[in-house]
Design a protein around this ligand. Sequence first.
Ligand SMILES: Cc1cc2nc3c(=O)[nH]c(=O)nc-3n(C[C@H](O)[C@H](O)[C@H](O)COP(=O)(O)OP(=O)(O)OC[C@H]3O[C@@H](n4cnc5c(N)ncnc54)[C@H](O)[C@@H]3O)c2cc1C
Length: 321
Amino acid sequence: MSKPSFIQEHVPLAPFSTFKIGGPARYFFKAERVEELIAALAWAHKRKIQLFILGGGSNILIHDEGFKGLVIKIDFNEVRLEDEVLEVGAGVPVIPLARKLTKDGWRGLEWAGGLPGSFGGALRGNAGAYRYEIGEQTVSVTVLHKGKVEELSPELCAFVYRTSIFKTKRAGDIIIKMSLRLKKGDAREAWAQLQCWLDHRHSHQPDTPSAGCVFKNYLIEKEKEFDRIDIIKPVPQEYHEYKKIPAAWLVEQSGLKGLRVGEAEVSRKHASFITNTAEARAADVWELMRQIKQQVYNTFKVMLEEEVQLVGFESAPPVVR
Ligand SMILES: Cc1cc2nc3c(=O)[nH]c(=O)nc-3n(C[C@H](O)[C@H](O)[C@H](O)COP(=O)(O)OP(=O)(O)OC[C@H]3O[C@@H](n4cnc5c(N)ncnc54)[C@H](O)[C@@H]3O)c2cc1C
């Protein structure tokens, strides 16, 4: 089976990542049609070529050596709004559509007016902000599962904090499109809400290249865990209410804001962000992540978990002991 003509070779990946870091893809193609996607998958499967599904590249760290397999950039771009249900292709960038719909008085995506990346990437990681999550609005999801197109209910997607079935049991599925519930409302009110959250983002997040929060917030299952951490550093009351401690707080309280490795730096504005201050390498970011995990563990005996997805790394970052 020869390589489909639409598959390119040696394509630089850094421009496809908001971090602006990483080497090239050995093979690369933009999937705009399901038939092409199926053909590319069949070719890769036959040659035992590893796959990586790329959305908007806003939650990934690509290895300096790049990715030796096939990167499939999801580019399904249809958008349809009918009876308060938005049907949206997985490749559609979130920010422009969320802003346009909000401006037109559609309510439900105000929280996403500053969320980088694509709808597919957002759905897989159950992205959220300001106490909203994309999973809560999901009506149905269309995926490519073992070569067949399937439609899934939100219950089947098992959305929980920053995860879904597409990170676990169905990690091999490719999200093609989804339907989201919106509501018609007052356009001025909707836009004011979006602007308010956008202003909050601008004042709390860095504008240098990053991949958003590198670590997940720490979920607290037992109140006793709060008591234990409280003795080390007093935990703000609001975290008790949400039953989680922001990774940014743990990093900041461990004294790590501004810590640097090469040109990668723990943001001084938001301690769960690592920023690429100039030409950071993935190796710098990886090492910084390792140091953060180690220090937070030393301070709080809490093991932070990565939120960012590693691409082209043969193994996970070293385990802290
Ligand atoms: C400045 C900044 C602010 C951010 N703020 C937030 C925030 O407030 N809340 C939040 O939750 N996140 C935030 N993020 C992180 C990021 O924007 C989200 O996680 C986003 O939803 C990722 O989508 P993406 O399309 O960029 O995914 P990518 O980074 O391209 O991919 C992430 C993962 O999803 C997989 N994937 C992507 N598309 C598909 C698909 N169609 N089918 C199957 N798998 C797929 C990839 O294989 C990869 O494993 C922020 C990031 C930045 C840079």
